[in-house]
Design a protein around this ligand. Structure first.
Ligand code: TXA
Ligand code: MG
Length: 354
């Protein structure tokens, strides 16, 4: 398949390209497009064949449900069978933006899109180009992240091109995304509402609007043995090819421990890597040391994380150690929870305390 790649301009006033993307989607084709969180791999959410094509292009199991993207809030009533008061309050507070809500699905949404579930995930992105494209596509675009299954979600157009060229009809290139981690998912079909995937919209922000909100108990588990409630969260996502282990503790001790392990790995003939904060990156003696950002600069850490995981793959690093991130903001509920959750998943929940 030939893939048309279009670079969007600043402000996304690319009417011709966005309308063309909308037409492709309407006629059952696939378009990879930017959002404020990560790039998405879009198809018409109301067309079962489009959803099947999405699973095929990603190489993803078809029991993993897709998020339906809207361009205006009132379309909630078309995809959801019931729209509870909570959904309207959250839409008012956080849409357009990086929040996905789980609701009972209407008959309009095919089971192919929801992975066979009776519920539907809905989100209204804030990215201007994405919203126009969704409108031109008829209003309902199913989109998982635009990576091949098992790879980190793409935060740069070059990663989308790497994974999706030849597999989709069009790629809209808008450079680097804003946030770098996928949207927060909140399940409104249970009481109290549950966060199934932490993100930029934090549990604390949701609690302020709704009162009581809980975390899915598996989100930060170190063992990773219980299955998370969002079907997609159970797969070993975001995993680099190399073995990744998180090392937690006081910085000098972490560095001493990691350097010892790095020497062992080197003796075993492995190429070694470290993910470190700017403050401590000089302490490590690895083949590749990736500085992810200043420890307290969580927006930078969030935006860099997936790119770094991909870089390790490109550089064929076999043994990777990461410092632990995001713990400072845990009580305040910043981006730290989302960063820690993704890092734990990338590491297959391997954590060593020193
Ligand atoms: O930021 C995002 O949400 C990005 C951009 C492209 O919008 N999309 C994204 O989609 O991350 P995806 O498919 O990579 O992740 C969707 C997650 C999966 O973990 C899936 O299991 C969960 O949402 N999900 C979807 N529908 C669900 C449902 N009905 N019930 C529970 N979890 C659901
Ligand atoms: Mg994904």
């Amino acid at each position: 398949m030939d893939t048309k790649i279009v670079r969007l301009s600043e402000g996304n006033n690319d009417e011709t390209a966005l309308r063309e993307a909308g037409e492709i989607l309407k006629s059952g084709g696939l378009v990879a497009f930017p959002t404020e969180t990560v790039y998405g791999l879009g198809g018409d959410a109301l067309n079962p064949d489009s959803s099947k094509k999405i699973y095929a292009a990603k190489g993803r199991p078809s029991d993993n449900p897709l998020i339906v993207h809207l361009y205006r809030t009132e379309d909630l009533y078309r995809v959801a069978k019931e729209v509870p008061e909570e959904a309207l309050k959250l839409a008012e507070a956080f849409w357009p933006g990086p929040l996905t809500m789980i609701l009972p699905k209407s008959d309009l949404v095919p089971k192919e899109t929801t992975g066979g579930l009776d519920t539907v995930a809905v989100r209204l992105p804030s990215h201007v180009g994405a919203r126009k494209m969704i409108e031109y596509a008829g209003g309902f675009v199913a989109a998982p992240s635009a990576n091949l299954s098992g790879k980190p979600s793409p935060t740069l157009a070059k990663y989308v091109i790497e994974d999706m060229q030849g597999r989709v009809d069009m790629i809209l290139d808008d450079g680097e995304v804003g946030i770098g981690l996928e949207s927060t998912i909140v399940d409104l079909t249970v009481d109290p509402p549950q966060v199934l995937r932490p993100g930029y919209i934090t549990k604390e922000m949701l609690t302020e609007v709704l009162g009581r909100v809980e975390n899915d108990a598996t989100l930060f588990s170190v063992s990773g043995k219980t299955a998370p409630r969002a079907p997609g969260m159970k797969y070993r996502h975001y995993a680099p090819k190399g073995d990744l282990v998180i090392v937690r503790g006081e910085s000098e001790r972490v560095a001493a421990f990691v350097n010892e392990k790095l020497r062992e790995a080197r003796r075993a003939g492995e190429k070694t890597g470290v993910i470190a904060a700017q403050e401590t990156s000089k302490l490590y003696d690895a083949d590749v040391v990736k500085t992810i950002g200043k420890r307290r600069d969580e927006e930078v850490i969030a935006k860099r994380l997936y790119g770094i995981l991909r870089e390790f793959d490109d550089e064929n690093v076999g043994k990777i150690f990461s410092e632990s991130f995001g713990e400072e903001s845990d009580e305040k509920g910043g981006l730290g929870q989302a960063i820690m959750n993704r890092l734990l998943k990338a590491a297959g929940h391997q954590v060593i305390e020193v």
